[in-house]
Design a protein around this ligand. Sequence first.
Ligand SMILES: C[S@@+](CC[C@H](N)C(=O)[O-])C[C@H]1O[C@@H](n2cnc3c(N)ncnc32)[C@H](O)[C@@H]1O
Length: 297
Amino acid sequence: MSFIEYGDTIKEGDTAVVFLGHESMFPVKVQNGGKTQTKYGVIRHSTDLIGKPYGSKVTCSKGGWVYILHPTPELWTLNLPHRTQILYSTDISLITMMLELKPGSIVCESGTGSGSLSHAIIRTIAPTGHLYTVEFHQQRAEKAIEEFREHKVDHLVTVKNQDVCKNGFGVTDVADAVFLDIPSPWEAIGHAKSALKHEGGRICSFSPCIEQVQRTCLALEEHGFTEINTSEILLRVYNVRTISLQIPDLGKAAEDNASATAFDRGSPSNQDAASPQAGTVQFKSSVPLREMVKVFP
Ligand SMILES: C[S@@+](CC[C@H](N)C(=O)[O-])C[C@H]1O[C@@H](n2cnc3c(N)ncnc32)[C@H](O)[C@@H]1O
Protein backbone atom coordinates (compact mmCIF):
# COMPACT_ATOMS: atom_id res chain seq x y z
CA MET A 1 0.00 0.00 0.00
CA SER A 2 1.10 3.51 -0.78
CA PHE A 3 -0.91 6.68 -1.22
CA ILE A 4 0.36 6.91 -4.80
CA GLU A 5 0.14 3.27 -5.88
CA TYR A 6 -2.70 0.82 -5.49
CA GLY A 7 -1.95 -2.46 -3.71
CA ASP A 8 -4.39 -5.38 -3.98
CA THR A 9 -4.00 -6.91 -0.54
CA ILE A 10 -3.82 -5.50 2.98
CA LYS A 11 -0.33 -5.79 4.46
CA GLU A 12 1.28 -5.26 7.86
CA GLY A 13 2.23 -1.57 8.20
CA ASP A 14 -0.49 -0.34 5.82
CA THR A 15 -2.80 2.54 6.67
CA ALA A 16 -6.27 1.24 5.78
CA VAL A 17 -9.63 2.97 6.07
CA VAL A 18 -12.34 1.21 8.10
CA PHE A 19 -15.64 2.16 6.42
CA LEU A 20 -18.79 1.80 8.52
CA GLY A 21 -20.78 4.23 6.33
CA HIS A 22 -20.28 7.47 4.39
CA GLU A 23 -20.55 9.45 7.64
CA SER A 24 -18.47 7.00 9.67
CA MET A 25 -14.92 6.03 8.67
CA PHE A 26 -11.56 6.03 10.37
CA PRO A 27 -7.97 5.16 9.46
CA VAL A 28 -6.20 2.23 11.07
CA LYS A 29 -2.55 1.19 11.09
CA VAL A 30 -2.48 -2.51 10.27
CA GLN A 31 -0.28 -4.43 12.72
CA ASN A 32 0.30 -8.12 13.30
CA GLY A 33 -1.60 -8.94 16.52
CA GLY A 34 -3.34 -5.55 16.45
CA LYS A 35 -7.02 -5.11 17.35
CA THR A 36 -9.44 -2.33 16.41
CA GLN A 37 -12.69 -1.72 18.29
CA THR A 38 -15.79 -0.72 16.32
CA LYS A 39 -19.44 -0.45 17.34
CA TYR A 40 -19.90 -3.82 15.60
CA GLY A 41 -17.18 -5.46 17.69
CA VAL A 42 -13.46 -6.12 17.36
CA ILE A 43 -11.47 -6.41 14.12
CA ARG A 44 -8.41 -8.67 14.58
CA HIS A 45 -5.73 -7.46 12.19
CA SER A 46 -3.87 -10.79 11.81
CA THR A 47 -6.95 -12.82 10.87
CA ASP A 48 -9.44 -10.23 9.58
CA LEU A 49 -7.18 -7.84 7.64
CA ILE A 50 -3.69 -9.03 6.69
CA GLY A 51 -3.75 -10.88 3.36
CA LYS A 52 -7.36 -9.90 2.54
CA PRO A 53 -8.04 -7.87 -0.63
CA TYR A 54 -8.74 -4.16 -0.22
CA GLY A 55 -12.49 -3.57 -0.47
CA SER A 56 -13.22 -6.72 1.58
CA LYS A 57 -16.32 -6.88 3.74
CA VAL A 58 -15.04 -7.88 7.18
CA THR A 59 -17.31 -9.30 9.88
CA CYS A 60 -16.54 -7.93 13.35
CA SER A 61 -16.81 -9.94 16.59
CA LYS A 62 -20.42 -8.86 17.31
CA GLY A 63 -21.58 -9.96 13.84
CA GLY A 64 -21.77 -6.53 12.17
CA TRP A 65 -19.57 -5.84 9.15
CA VAL A 66 -17.39 -3.06 7.77
CA TYR A 67 -15.51 -2.48 4.51
CA ILE A 68 -11.74 -2.06 4.51
CA LEU A 69 -10.75 0.55 1.92
CA HIS A 70 -7.44 1.38 0.27
CA PRO A 71 -6.34 4.87 1.36
CA THR A 72 -6.53 7.79 -1.07
CA PRO A 73 -5.74 11.47 -0.48
CA GLU A 74 -9.50 12.15 -0.56
CA LEU A 75 -10.26 9.55 2.14
CA TRP A 76 -7.28 10.80 4.15
CA THR A 77 -8.65 14.37 4.01
CA LEU A 78 -11.93 13.08 5.47
CA ASN A 79 -10.28 10.96 8.17
CA LEU A 80 -6.91 12.45 9.11
CA PRO A 81 -6.12 13.52 12.67
CA HIS A 82 -6.68 17.30 12.68
CA ARG A 83 -3.80 19.35 14.05
CA THR A 84 -4.99 22.49 12.25
CA GLN A 85 -7.77 23.71 9.99
CA ILE A 86 -7.42 21.76 6.76
CA LEU A 87 -8.24 22.14 3.09
CA TYR A 88 -11.00 19.89 1.73
CA SER A 89 -11.30 18.21 -1.66
CA THR A 90 -13.48 20.91 -3.28
CA ASP A 91 -10.84 23.61 -2.74
CA ILE A 92 -8.02 21.15 -3.39
CA SER A 93 -9.46 20.33 -6.82
CA LEU A 94 -9.54 24.03 -7.83
CA ILE A 95 -6.04 24.62 -6.43
CA THR A 96 -4.65 21.61 -8.31
CA MET A 97 -6.20 22.79 -11.57
CA MET A 98 -5.28 26.49 -11.24
CA LEU A 99 -1.67 25.64 -10.31
CA GLU A 100 -1.57 23.30 -13.33
CA LEU A 101 -0.07 20.51 -11.21
CA LYS A 102 0.83 17.31 -13.03
CA PRO A 103 3.25 14.39 -12.75
CA GLY A 104 6.76 15.84 -12.52
CA SER A 105 5.76 19.25 -11.10
CA ILE A 106 8.00 20.85 -8.47
CA VAL A 107 5.82 22.48 -5.82
CA CYS A 108 6.48 24.62 -2.74
CA GLU A 109 3.86 24.76 0.02
CA SER A 110 3.49 26.47 3.39
CA GLY A 111 2.20 25.69 5.98
CA THR A 112 2.04 21.95 5.98
CA GLY A 113 -0.58 22.00 8.75
CA SER A 114 -2.23 18.56 8.94
CA GLY A 115 -0.95 17.51 5.52
CA SER A 116 -4.36 17.34 3.85
CA LEU A 117 -3.35 19.34 0.77
CA SER A 118 0.19 17.88 0.83
CA HIS A 119 -1.12 14.34 0.25
CA ALA A 120 -3.20 15.47 -2.73
CA ILE A 121 -0.27 17.40 -4.23
CA ILE A 122 2.07 14.43 -3.78
CA ARG A 123 -0.37 12.06 -5.52
CA THR A 124 -0.68 14.49 -8.45
CA ILE A 125 3.05 15.17 -8.97
CA ALA A 126 4.21 11.55 -8.51
CA PRO A 127 6.27 9.71 -9.64
CA THR A 128 8.89 12.28 -10.70
CA GLY A 129 7.83 15.56 -9.07
CA HIS A 130 8.71 16.89 -5.63
CA LEU A 131 6.96 18.83 -2.88
CA TYR A 132 8.88 21.19 -0.59
CA THR A 133 6.60 21.92 2.35
CA VAL A 134 7.46 24.41 5.10
CA GLU A 135 5.92 24.35 8.59
CA PHE A 136 7.19 26.47 11.49
CA HIS A 137 5.42 24.46 14.23
CA GLN A 138 7.93 21.76 15.19
CA GLN A 139 5.50 19.00 16.29
CA ARG A 140 3.37 19.50 13.15
CA ALA A 141 6.45 19.27 10.95
CA GLU A 142 7.60 16.09 12.75
CA LYS A 143 4.15 14.49 12.55
CA ALA A 144 3.95 15.26 8.83
CA ILE A 145 7.36 13.61 8.25
CA GLU A 146 6.15 10.53 10.18
CA GLU A 147 2.91 10.30 8.18
CA PHE A 148 4.63 10.74 4.81
CA ARG A 149 6.99 7.88 5.77
CA GLU A 150 4.11 5.64 6.90
CA HIS A 151 2.22 6.39 3.69
CA LYS A 152 5.33 5.58 1.62
CA VAL A 153 5.49 8.95 -0.11
CA ASP A 154 8.49 10.37 1.80
CA HIS A 155 10.73 10.17 -1.30
CA LEU A 156 8.46 12.75 -2.97
CA VAL A 157 8.44 15.35 -0.22
CA THR A 158 10.88 17.45 1.84
CA VAL A 159 9.53 18.94 5.07
CA LYS A 160 11.33 22.01 6.41
CA ASN A 161 10.72 23.23 9.95
CA GLN A 162 11.17 26.99 9.54
CA ASP A 163 9.31 30.28 9.19
CA VAL A 164 8.52 30.71 5.50
CA CYS A 165 8.16 34.48 5.91
CA LYS A 166 11.70 34.77 7.29
CA ASN A 167 13.56 31.87 5.68
CA GLY A 168 11.56 30.99 2.57
CA PHE A 169 11.28 27.50 1.09
CA GLY A 170 14.96 26.51 1.00
CA VAL A 171 15.00 26.22 -2.81
CA THR A 172 15.48 28.78 -5.57
CA ASP A 173 14.48 29.00 -9.24
CA VAL A 174 12.96 25.50 -9.38
CA ALA A 175 9.29 25.54 -8.47
CA ASP A 176 6.54 25.23 -11.05
CA ALA A 177 4.03 26.28 -8.42
CA VAL A 178 3.85 27.78 -4.93
CA PHE A 179 0.94 27.43 -2.55
CA LEU A 180 0.43 29.45 0.65
CA ASP A 181 -2.01 28.72 3.49
CA ILE A 182 -0.63 30.93 6.26
CA PRO A 183 -2.09 33.94 8.13
CA SER A 184 0.21 36.55 6.50
CA PRO A 185 0.89 35.31 2.96
CA TRP A 186 1.96 38.78 1.75
CA GLU A 187 5.10 38.39 3.88
CA ALA A 188 6.08 35.26 1.94
CA ILE A 189 5.53 36.52 -1.62
CA GLY A 190 9.18 37.59 -2.06
CA HIS A 191 10.35 34.10 -1.01
CA ALA A 192 7.75 32.51 -3.27
CA LYS A 193 9.11 34.50 -6.21
CA SER A 194 12.67 33.31 -5.42
CA ALA A 195 11.49 29.69 -5.27
CA LEU A 196 9.67 29.87 -8.62
CA LYS A 197 11.43 28.98 -11.85
CA HIS A 198 12.53 31.94 -14.01
CA GLU A 199 9.76 31.74 -16.60
CA GLY A 200 6.16 30.82 -16.04
CA GLY A 201 5.20 29.33 -12.73
CA ARG A 202 2.06 29.95 -10.73
CA ILE A 203 1.28 30.96 -7.18
CA CYS A 204 -1.90 30.44 -5.18
CA SER A 205 -2.67 31.77 -1.73
CA PHE A 206 -5.65 30.56 0.31
CA SER A 207 -7.12 33.06 2.79
CA PRO A 208 -10.41 33.09 4.67
CA CYS A 209 -10.59 36.92 4.97
CA ILE A 210 -10.89 39.44 2.13
CA GLU A 211 -8.43 41.80 3.89
CA GLN A 212 -5.77 39.07 3.66
CA VAL A 213 -6.63 38.58 -0.01
CA GLN A 214 -6.28 42.34 -0.69
CA ARG A 215 -2.87 42.58 0.99
CA THR A 216 -1.66 39.47 -0.83
CA CYS A 217 -2.83 40.79 -4.22
CA LEU A 218 -0.98 44.09 -3.58
CA ALA A 219 2.19 42.19 -2.65
CA LEU A 220 1.85 40.04 -5.79
CA GLU A 221 1.55 43.18 -7.95
CA GLU A 222 4.56 44.78 -6.25
CA HIS A 223 6.63 41.67 -7.00
CA GLY A 224 5.69 41.77 -10.68
CA PHE A 225 3.16 38.91 -10.81
CA THR A 226 0.57 39.18 -13.59
CA GLU A 227 -2.88 37.71 -14.33
CA ILE A 228 -3.82 37.98 -10.64
CA ASN A 229 -7.35 36.86 -9.85
CA THR A 230 -9.44 35.83 -6.87
CA SER A 231 -11.69 32.75 -6.94
CA GLU A 232 -14.04 30.96 -4.60
CA ILE A 233 -15.49 27.54 -5.31
CA LEU A 234 -18.93 26.64 -3.97
CA LEU A 235 -20.08 23.05 -4.19
CA ARG A 236 -23.80 22.51 -4.71
CA VAL A 237 -24.97 18.95 -4.30
CA TYR A 238 -28.15 18.20 -6.25
CA ASN A 239 -30.85 16.59 -4.14
CA VAL A 240 -33.30 15.22 -6.70
CA ARG A 241 -36.75 14.56 -5.27
CA THR A 242 -40.38 14.35 -6.34
CA ILE A 243 -42.32 17.48 -5.51
CA SER A 244 -45.91 18.51 -5.92
CA LEU A 245 -46.87 22.05 -6.98
CA GLN A 246 -50.16 23.86 -7.47
CA ILE A 247 -51.03 24.43 -11.15
CA PRO A 248 -51.35 28.20 -11.65
CA ASP A 249 -54.76 29.25 -12.99
CA LEU A 250 -53.93 30.66 -16.46
CA GLY A 251 -57.45 30.42 -17.90
CA LYS A 252 -59.06 27.94 -20.30
CA ALA A 253 -57.03 28.80 -23.45
CA ALA A 254 -53.75 28.15 -21.68
CA GLU A 255 -55.09 24.87 -20.31
CA ASP A 256 -56.06 23.65 -23.83
CA ASN A 257 -52.55 24.40 -25.14
CA ALA A 258 -50.70 22.90 -22.21
CA SER A 259 -48.51 19.98 -23.15
CA ALA A 260 -49.30 16.94 -21.07
CA THR A 261 -45.83 15.61 -21.75
CA ALA A 262 -44.12 18.51 -20.02
CA PHE A 263 -44.97 17.16 -16.60
CA ASP A 264 -45.26 13.78 -14.99
CA ARG A 265 -48.88 13.94 -13.89
CA GLY A 266 -48.49 11.24 -11.29
CA SER A 267 -49.27 8.24 -13.49
CA PRO A 268 -49.65 4.87 -11.71
CA SER A 269 -46.26 3.83 -13.12
CA ASN A 270 -44.62 6.53 -11.03
CA GLN A 271 -43.80 4.20 -8.14
CA ASP A 272 -42.14 6.58 -5.70
CA ALA A 273 -44.61 9.46 -6.00
CA ALA A 274 -47.59 9.71 -3.67
CA SER A 275 -51.00 10.08 -5.40
CA PRO A 276 -51.22 13.58 -6.81
CA GLN A 277 -53.82 15.92 -5.40
CA ALA A 278 -56.32 17.60 -7.72
CA GLY A 279 -54.94 20.83 -9.16
CA THR A 280 -51.29 19.85 -8.65
CA VAL A 281 -48.52 18.53 -10.85
CA GLN A 282 -45.71 16.25 -9.77
CA PHE A 283 -42.23 16.17 -11.20
CA LYS A 284 -38.64 15.51 -10.29
CA SER A 285 -36.69 18.57 -9.23
CA SER A 286 -33.26 19.40 -7.94
CA VAL A 287 -33.92 23.12 -7.64
CA PRO A 288 -33.85 24.29 -4.02
CA LEU A 289 -37.33 25.35 -2.85
CA ARG A 290 -36.16 28.93 -2.23
CA GLU A 291 -35.29 29.32 -5.92
CA MET A 292 -38.51 27.64 -7.05
CA VAL A 293 -40.49 30.61 -5.81
CA LYS A 294 -38.79 32.62 -8.59
CA VAL A 295 -39.61 29.97 -11.21
CA PHE A 296 -43.26 29.57 -10.24
CA PRO A 297 -44.36 32.92 -8.76
C1 LIG B 1 -4.34 26.24 8.13
S1 LIG B 1 -2.87 25.35 8.42
C2 LIG B 1 -2.51 24.63 6.85
C3 LIG B 1 -3.40 23.46 6.55
C4 LIG B 1 -2.97 22.68 5.34
N1 LIG B 1 -3.15 23.46 4.13
C5 LIG B 1 -3.77 21.39 5.25
O1 LIG B 1 -4.54 21.23 4.27
O2 LIG B 1 -3.67 20.54 6.14
C6 LIG B 1 -1.68 26.62 8.52
C7 LIG B 1 -0.33 26.11 8.98
O3 LIG B 1 0.62 27.09 8.64
C8 LIG B 1 1.60 27.14 9.65
N2 LIG B 1 2.23 28.47 9.53
C9 LIG B 1 1.67 29.67 9.79
N3 LIG B 1 2.54 30.66 9.53
C10 LIG B 1 3.68 30.07 9.09
C11 LIG B 1 4.95 30.56 8.68
N4 LIG B 1 5.21 31.87 8.66
N5 LIG B 1 5.89 29.67 8.29
C12 LIG B 1 5.62 28.34 8.30
N6 LIG B 1 4.45 27.82 8.69
C13 LIG B 1 3.49 28.67 9.08
C14 LIG B 1 0.81 26.91 10.93
O4 LIG B 1 1.65 26.41 11.97
C15 LIG B 1 -0.23 25.89 10.47
O5 LIG B 1 0.21 24.58 10.73
